[in-house]
Design a protein around this ligand. Structure first.
Ligand code: NAP
Length: 291
């Protein structure tokens, strides 16, 4: 069994980007818009800012009060749509209840859609045209590629159909393209016997949000396991009172798997690396810059 080390792969990608960016006439710019004081969002935003700075990108944090109106937020997005120093725009989700998330995502210029959540990006993804891939699914495909894991003709079973993970990763892997071309099954909570599907997986992608939910009796020998889940489980032995675990029972499943991503240190670090990658891609497209 081989561990798929997302932390190391993400660090390599950041280093590659850093080397490309240092030779550019101007840096790619990313603005992160944070509304309110949600502690988890603050942690995510800080990590994104730090990664941006380390890569040599120009990074702006636009911190807005929890009570900012939807209109004010839309105006701020429009300002960055027209700002030539900014190539990627990210609005940290979730937003407060009085703001319509869909409206906000749609206000971002599809040319600067660093998160890949805009309906134009999603539509282009489905029909296989040039787009921005959402960061977590993109990270999964890059991990499979960099670890030399064949996807063509393989049966990929995705558990979860969210707009940010399950649906896009399934669509990306079914494209008639290099590093895709898989036979894809998507499962969700209506599956009466989930293991009927998961046992058929050559590659199993778990994006469920339930701790240690996929157990060794649900997979076949040699399966490649991509665990997207990030779940907090109470743990009195830890200073902070909890530990992070994935959707897959790592101990049991790793005995049968050929490859497996750990949590933490698997898919998670790739998400930020792909945000930087998307910003760099947006820079190339906007500035008509080719490597
Ligand atoms: P989500 O929107 O809550 O979707 C969960 C999906 O799992 C839904 O499609 C749901 O089915 C399905 N599901 C729930 N219980 C099930 C069951 N018993 N059997 C089969 N399917 C079941 O979650 P998400 O946003 O995709 O996130 C999933 C996990 O990934 C979470 O732990 C999240 O924290 C983590 N995550 C990690 C990263 C990262 O960077 N590593 C990024 C994003 C998310 P229904 O559609 O029928 O409800």
């Amino acid at each position: 069994m081989q561990i798929i080390d997302g932390k190391t792969t993400a660090a390599e990608i950041r280093e590659e980007l850093k080397n490309k960016i240092k030779n550019l006439p101007k840096p790619p710019g990313l603005v992160t818009i944070l509304v309110g004081d949600d502690p988890a969002s603050k942690v995510y935003v800080n990590s994104k800012q730090k990664a941006c700075a380390e890569t040599g990108m120009y990074s702006v944090l636009e911190k807005l009060d929890e009570n900012v109106s939807e209109n004010e937020l839309l105006e701020i997005i429009e300002k960055y749509n027209n700002d030539e120093s900014i190539h990627g725009i990210l609005v940290q989700l979730p937003l407060p209840a009085h703001i319509d998330e869909d409206k906000v995502i749609e206000a971002i210029s599809p040319k600067k859609d660093a998160d890949g959540f805009h309906p134009v990006s999603m539509g282009n993804l489905v029909i296989g045209k040039e787009t921005f891939f959402p960061c977590t699914p993109h990270g999964i495909l890059v991990l499979l590629e960099r670890y030399g894991i064949e996807t063509s003709g393989k049966h990929v079973v995705v558990v979860g159909r969210s707009n940010i993970v399950g649906k896009p990763v399934a669509n990306m892997l079914m494209q008639k393209k290099k590093n895709a071309n898989a036979i894809v099954t998507v499962c969700h909570s209506a599956a009466a016997d989930l293991s009927y599907y998961t046992k058929q997986a050559d590659i199993l992608i778990a994006a469920i949000g339930r701790a240690d939910f996929i157990t060794s009796d649900m997979v076949k020998d040699g399966v490649v396991v991509i665990d997207v889940g990030i779940n907090r489980v109470e743990d009195a032995s830890k200073k902070r009172g909890y530990r992070l675990t994935g959707d897959v029972d790592f101990e049991g499943v790793s005995e049968k798997a050929s490859y497996i991503t750990p949590v933490p240190g698997g898919v998670g670090p790739m998400t930020i690396a792909m945000l930087l990658e998307n910003t760099y891609t947006a820079f190339q497209r906007i500035e008509n810059f080719e490597e």
